[in-house]
Ligand binder design. Structure first.
Ligand SMILES: [Zn+2]
Length: 235
């Protein structure tokens, strides 16, 4: 095991920690949470819009039908009245026709009420859809703006990541395979810090002091490791 190789390991670790921090920063941008909230809000607004559009469509269909029925009633009343005016019917027939007209007019007036009621209901239903549409447009615009901001920040972070990865490639070159394997394994179990500096008898990884006997034990090995945390020690 080359001592220069150990020192190189500290450089590598510094780069790896910087890369970890950048990756973490990439995934924890505050805008990402806001974006997620906007996305959820948009989904619920769209569901709301769909429900309101169904209500509106239903009212419009009912209105169409009522208007059609009203038109038919108006034609019938006209026809009956024309026949009454024309005369030439028996008095029984005339009375029957008169009662028929009366009944048709009652139906007509009820249908007119219904049409007016539906017209009153259609307007607010249409406004409700329009108002949700405006809300959706607002949230979509905010979402698009957030997306731009996130993309711009990611671009900066990714460029920095690219530079660090490039430097990592050359930092890896002088380190031998076995040491690298141990380094990676220790990084995995020691929160990314596999290598620690050793200063004044203190391990830079766990900050514990090694007694002279412990130091002797640690440095007797070709690959010195902290007796407490097992991190690789670099003097
Ligand atoms: Zn230690």
């Amino acid at each position: 095991m080359q001592l220069t190789s150990l020192a190189d390991l500290l450089d590598l670790q510094e780069l790896d920690l910087a890369i970890d921090r950048l990756l973490d920063q990439r995934q924890s941008l505050p805008e990402l949470d806001v974006y997620k909230a906007a996305h959820e809000q948009l989904k619920s607004l769209q569901a709301d819009r769909e429900a309101k559009a169904v209500t509106l469509k239903d009212l419009e269909l009912q209105l169409d039908k009522a208007e059609g029925e009203l038109e038919i009633l108006e034609i019938k009343v006209d026809e009956h009245e024309t026949r009454l005016f024309a005369g030439g019917m028996s008095s029984r027939e005339t009375e029957h026709m008169r009662l028929e007209v009366q009944s048709l007019k009652a139906q007509q007036s009820a249908m007119e009420e219904r049409v007016l009621g539906l017209l009153d209901a259609v307007d607010p239903a249409r406004e409700a859809v329009t108002s949700v549409d405006a809300e959706i447009e607002k949230v979509e615009a905010a979402k698009a703006e957030l997306e731009q901001s996130i993309k711009a920040q990611w671009k900066t972070i990714d460029a920095e990541l690219g530079r660090k990865e490039e430097r990592k490639k050359s930092a890896l070159e002088p380190i031998d395979t076995d040491l690298l394997e141990l380094y990676e394994k220790m990084r995995g179990i020691k929160e990314g810090v596999a290598v620690a500096s050793f200063d004044n008898g203190v391990c830079g990884g766990c900050h514990m002091t090694l007694s002279p006997a412990e130091q002797e034990e640690a440095f007797a090995d070709e690959l010195p490791r902290c007796v407490h945390c097992r991190r690789i020690l670099v003097v």
